[in-house]
Design a protein around this ligand. Sequence first.
Ligand SMILES: NC(=O)c1ccc[n+]([C@@H]2O[C@H](COP(=O)([O-])OP(=O)(O)OC[C@H]3O[C@@H](n4cnc5c(N)ncnc54)[C@H](O)[C@@H]3O)[C@@H](O)[C@H]2O)c1
Length: 373
Amino acid sequence: MTVRVLVTGGAGFIGSHTVDLLLERGHAVRILDNLQPRVHPRGVPAWVPKEAEFIRGDVANRADLAPALRGVDYVVHLAAYQDYLPDFSTFIHTNAESTALLFELIVADRLPVRKIVFASSQSVAGEGLYRCPAHGLLTPPPRPVEQLRRGDWELHCPYCGQTMTHAVIPETVASPGTTYGISKYAIELLADRLGRRYGIPTSCMRYTYVQGTRNSFYNAYSGIARIFALRLLHGLPPVCFEDGQQLRDYVNVKDVAWANVLAMEDERANFGIFNVGGKRPVTVLEFARIMVAEFGSDLEPLVPGEFRLGDTRHTISDVSRLEALGWQAAIPVEQNVHEYVEWMRQQQTTDEFLHEADRVMREQGVVQWVEKG
Ligand SMILES: NC(=O)c1ccc[n+]([C@@H]2O[C@H](COP(=O)([O-])OP(=O)(O)OC[C@H]3O[C@@H](n4cnc5c(N)ncnc54)[C@H](O)[C@@H]3O)[C@@H](O)[C@H]2O)c1
């Protein structure tokens, strides 16, 4: 049966792949996207399909969201503000306020929306889950900046100071360390409490580090694949923050789109929070080497002892809850890198994008370095 789905942020990276999959499955799609200039400096991207209805508008603006909601059966709410910069109120306004507005409009007009799928993030879990030899499992607060300035990267027990070992992170962990993470945690709480109170099923998807084609290389937040690939494209080695031994589980955007659509269609996902991650732990240095190999380069990644405020140390999500619904991380990290680099080579890139994001993060004190001596 054809259903009508509103995808907010549908012109973006995860949104556009989700739109493609929904169309493939015979659903009718409407996109609401304000084409945020930092993500889309050249206007509507070519991948926005003709078969989808496109509305340019802001999810946090009542006058834009209300008409976009009319006549839809499902909402996949992906539009968000994401960055490392200290514009704290924008995270809350765009991410959390738009979620509250969504419920407000549905409840006020008794709209027959059958379910809302929300983009959450692994950042809700903050530093994640660690085991202290003496005090057991703990969810530690972010590492103090003074510790990072000493080049001491690992997590220490807040009670006895011993170095702790990381554990995979289940959905029960919620200890966000950034304003972005807090805005996503607010989404999860609103989705659960308002959803249950008004009988509107919801699912919140906690993505880890998503990779693949269409990940805006204009935006600093687009992350590690963007910056490593841009540098290699310009003949420069990748630069790893901290000591390069941080663990991540990178997930392909097509697997993420699959997770979104599965959560939308499967009633077993109602009122659930789901980690969506790549399962396989990969260090940042290993990732840099995979990228170097993809470029056929012999450059050695650099580890100059810089760090970024707000970064976490080892974050591997437990995806067993989503696997129980039949999902799996099907695409390996080497394939993520291959797809991304192939796609990037087809785009117009300029030096300006390579250095600009890095310059802004340094200027605003987001990137710092180990104090020598
Ligand atoms: N990419 C990741 O690794 C990752 C990880 C965890 C969570 N997420 C979440 O997934 C969602 C999608 O992220 P993405 O990586 O595709 O980002 P993206 O920037 O490529 O896409 C976001 C889209 O939302 C649009 N947008 C931004 N603010 C808007 C607003 N106020 N009104 C309407 N549209 C707006 C942008 O123009 C863009 O097209 C976001 O909620 C993000 O927080 C992404």
